[in-house]
Design a protein around this ligand. Sequence first.
Ligand SMILES: [Zn+2]
Length: 381
Amino acid sequence: MSTPIRTVISPGRYVQGKGAMTHLGGYVKQIGTTALLVADDFVWGVVGDQVASDFGENGISFERVGFGRFATPAAVDALVEKITAGGVDVIVGLGGGSAIDAAKSAGHLAGIRWVSVPTVASTDAPTSALAVIYTEEGEFIEYRFFPHNPDLVLIDSQLVANAPVAFLVAGIGDALATWLEARATSRSNSLTMAGGQPTQTGTALAKLSWDIIHENAFSALDAVRDHLVTPALENLIEANTLLSGLGFESGGLAAAHAIHNGLTAAPQTHGLAHGQKVNIGSIAQLVLEGAPREEIEDFVVFTTKVGLPNTLTEIGLSIDDDAELRAVAEAACLPSDTIHNMPFEVTPELVVDALKAIERLSRSIRAEKGLAEPVLYHAPH
Ligand SMILES: [Zn+2]
């Protein structure tokens, strides 16, 4: 199964900073002249005027199309039709992970170049050469892999600072998993999402992301509460977006994301952000690994303070939901998923026990450290 090839992949250019959106046209014109912009009405309301005048000044013609909630197969196919009908040579996904993933998928299918413009730092999707495809209800369907990463990833730190803090919290959950999963993939020397064995580079970038988050998260979250761009926020955006993206792709995914993918099948978790569900995967992975008590305590304390869920209660489940937890574990252990990158064999039985174990484990650590008790999550339907 594994090959002696090591590989690292990355976007062509990464641009980040306060006011970076004012440079988008200048970078895009190096890539194409006729753009399809994918942005939902809310995002377009925030950036539309600026982008329209900037593209005009740079001689880029464009059409903007709206976007629903998830990167579904139908949403991707509709974008491909737009591209082929309009002589488009570059597609730009603006917004959250799903709009960006849909743009990447459509760009690949239509054979044109693509650009990611995240307006929040809520996932590490923007830099990668893969997309996650979901049903209309938000259930995981598949990963789609592309032969290259975006030509450009551009993120304006002021937009991240202006967005609700919950997006940044979710991005921290997604990015914390990166080191735990890269470490496991490195231990097992399994294949990464980039299609080779882990490199020193990918694994080190995953660890750097983890370290930067621990150093900067609380200051960055406070800055965003007042819509301020500070060096701590810049550091956190880079960790959540670039380093976590490079780290997961060239360092490898393992149990945390596989458990996330399984959790999307439980209706109780619908409405939660990707990074919130990933955090449950991370704590469950630590339990599966038999991680040292101190490491588990640190993780529970840090993620509780950040505002991430680390109990079943906080994602709408309980240890009595045997059928749901069994279904989640079965889905997480599908032969195609990355749980098999763990350095030991993982079965659905082990995953069910790990998921059940986190409830009492996290509750007792939180109580011991004087932190808030978990609050039950209710899915919005
Ligand atoms: Zn993720």
